[in-house]
Design a protein around this ligand. Structure first.
Ligand SMILES: Cc1cc2nc3c(=O)[nH]c(=O)nc-3n(C[C@H](O)[C@H](O)[C@H](O)COP(=O)(O)O)c2cc1C
Length: 178
């Protein structure tokens, strides 16, 4: 598991190659297996593999979503606030598990933040997607995970990237040493 986590880096360049249906199913399975508060499972997953739709999704935000134009697959992570007051946490966990599963399947992925982000001065990023995909009013949008075969090599993280000073033990003013 740690080896996989060292190697998972955000991928924003993809090969022009579709993700096989069996792998798509495994990605969604990872999301559906996510733990959630009180087992409310407030998430839903909207798969997009249509090139024109993906190009439209690239305009979700002025920055940080353009790479979706060249992704073969994106999963919109939706949450139902009416089902859980911690839908953000639940949807974040599902997003992360999908990213980790992508890495384990030899795929690259990158999170696009949607919640609390703007499309332009008038509408939110979520409203832009809501209109485009007819997302019902009782569902919110947390994120989009862009996924595909990696079209870029990224250096894996290593032990020098680990900020051990963030770790404390028993009391906040004591550092943890291993
Ligand atoms: C909550 C969250 C929001 C993010 N939003 C975006 C985004 O909108 N666009 C983007 O290109 N990357 C986004 N990222 C990816 C981060 O930029 C990336 O994970 C971070 O720089 C660390 O790099 P790494 O994933 O390669 O380790 C987001 C990641 C997280 C966890």
């Amino acid at each position: 598991m740690l080896d996989l986590l060292y190697h998972r880096r955000s991928t924003r360049k993809f090969l022009d190659k579709p993700v096989e249906v069996e792998k798509v199913k495994q990605l969604i399975t990872a999301g559906l297996l996510a733990p959630s508060s009180k087992n409310n499972r407030p998430w839903e997953f909207l798969l997009v593999d249509d090139a024109d739709q993906l190009k439209a999704m690239a305009y979700t935000k002025p920055h940080g979503s353009s790479f979706l134009a060249n992704a073969p697959l994106a999963i919109i992570i939706l949450g139902a606030p009416g089902k859980s007051d911690v839908w953000v946490e639940d949807c974040s966990i599902a997003s992360t598990l999908i990213q980790v599963e992508a890495e384990s399947l030899g795929l690259g992925s990158c999170w696009v933040q949607v919640r609390n982000r703007s499309h332009d001065e008038e509408i939110s990023a979520a409203q832009y997607l809501r209109r485009h995909f007819d997302i019902p009013a009782d569902m919110e949008v947390l994120s989009i995970i862009g996924i595909g075969y990696k079209g870029q090599e990224r250096t894996p993280l290593d032990d020098d990237d680990l900020i051990w000073s963030k770790v404390r033990k028993n009391s906040y003013d004591s550092k943890m040493k291993f």
